[in-house]
Design a binder for this molecule. Sequence first.
Ligand code: PAF
Length: 282
Amino acid sequence: MEIVDHPREMQEVALAWRQQHQTISFVPTMGYFHEGHLSLMRYGRKQGDRLVVSLFVNPTQFGPGEDLDRYPRDPERDAALAREVGVDVLYTPTAAQMYPEGYQTYVTVEEVSRGLCGATRPGHFRGVATVVLKLFNQVLPHLAVFGEKDYQQLAVIKRMVSDLDMPVEVVGRPIVREADGLAMSSRNTYLNPKERRAALGLFKALTWAKDAAASGENQADKIVPEVIQTIKSAPHTRLDYAVLVDPDTLQSVDTVQGSARLAVAAWVGDTRLIDNMLLEVP
Ligand code: PAF
């Protein structure tokens, strides 16, 4: 595995591969790898001749007062794990290389970025879309793999790629969960033991809703209030949102027509967690 830390060098490596007609899979990350990241990498490994993983804690997607400074980092462990999965290039640019002095170009994906996390984290998806577009231009991937845990992020990136005619296939892969159901996230490391137990409220609410839909319940006004109640009743937990949305547009729906995504976010202690589940009504 090669570690590349300069955008120009990354582009040269990718261009050389493309000249040799090799396909490039790409997994963008902010590091501190867990099984969720590794599952995306294994998928990318199978799909392309070459696999690039980026590790960059992107400052433009963090708002003031958010956790940019304390975001967990362990680059050496990450490099060892990436090597085990068979990553060809671990791409580790710095903030100064990504956003040099005078930098002033940003991408806004308008509607899909607005609700859900976009409402609580203004500017977040502008930062995500901008960095992903830059990374795509540097890594030149044929295929890019994202986790479905950040469901809105996936929708924003798919919209951007479609709207800007970008020649890359974006694939979303299922959420990887801990044995008890908590969605894996680098931010889970912030939780103390009491909060870790309380965090299961999100999974409990989502699985209740999935079962209710599977039993034929298709009305948002029956499903969502129960989900809100379950999350709010977990200790140390403050609800941000619970919304049933169309899987593509992320517009809220009143009725589950076949399927819909239930997306939730809550603070457990000081840690903001997100999760979602596909509801299917037979
Ligand atoms: O999901 C993440 O880790 C980040 O938002 C991403 C896509 C790597 C952009 O910084």
